[in-house]
Design a protein around this ligand. Structure first.
Ligand SMILES: Nc1ncnc2c1ncn2[C@@H]1O[C@H](COP(=O)(O)OP(=O)(O)OP(=O)(O)O)[C@@H](O)[C@H]1O
Ligand SMILES: O=C(O)C1=C[C@@H](O)[C@@H](O)[C@H](O)C1
Ligand SMILES: [Mg+2]
Length: 186
């Protein structure tokens, strides 16, 4: 495949999607490939607080975490030319959705429930999954959030049955197509 990099959008790229979709994994890969700064809002929140996400949930509840997350989304989306992996619930607040959609290209990394479960099976770091029935929790979150991911995204990429590098090549190809469409519309 030819190197499409020089023609890719110069806008920031924001990755959204549910837990286990691969936002952090793909974001890091894509940023390295495009030689852009990479941020993971979950990690930046942890660095700023000096506390892990489970600890923040314990001390401040989910509401406290969402407040920190909203501040971080607002701050990070103001940067130009970055790749940002968001947390799975970053699309819950209307202001977050607006910032993401207006300040960059938003990519929804979509995955099946089965894959999500497989990818998060051994997880101890996602507070919302530390329940007796993580499958039911993931299913409930999907139902609540799927319309929000769809409404926020400029592009939707399926990540199932494809290794991260291949998903990354798909993202680059789709970004190139988006650029051409946008240019054609001018
Ligand atoms: N395309 C893929 N194929 C196979 N495994 C993948 C793929 N993408 C991610 N993974 C694996 O799935 C796990 C979860 O991925 P990752 O942490 O990137 O998800 P996330 O979308 O950032 O989740 P969260 O919303 O909780 O931050 C990791 O172990 C990662 O290696
Ligand atoms: O889906 C969610 O609500 C979350 C996903 C993770 O990325 C973290 O932001 C946190 O564990 C909450
Ligand atoms: Mg992540």
């Amino acid at each position: 495949m030819p190197d499409v990099q020089p023609r890719l959008t110069t806008q920031s790229i924001f990755l959204i999607g549910p837990m286990g979709a691969g936002k952090s994994t793909l974001g890091r890969l894509l940023a390295a490939d495009l030689k852009r700064p990479f941020y993971d809002s979950d990690l930046v929140i942890e660095e700023r607080c000096g506390a892990s996400i489970p600890w923040i949930f314990d001390l401040e509840g989910e509401a406290g975490f969402r407040e920190r997350e909203a501040q971080m989304i607002d701050e990070l989306t103001q940067q130009e030319g970055i790749v940002l992996a968001t947390g799975g619930g970053a699309i819950l607040r209307p202001e977050n959705r607006q910032h993401l959609r207006e300040r960059g290209v938003v990519i929804f990394l979509r995955t099946t429930l089965t894959q999500q479960l497989a990818r998060t099976r051994k997880d101890r770091h996602r507070p919302l999954l530390q329940t007796a029935d993580p499958k039911a929790k993931l299913a409930q979150l999907r139902e609540e959030r799927e319309p929000l991911y769809q409404a926020t995204a400029h592009l939707i990429i399926d990540t199932d049955q494809r290794p991260p590098r291949q998903v990354m090549m798909d993202i680059k190809q789709r970004l190139l197509e988006l650029d051409l469409t946008t240019l054609g519309a001018q």
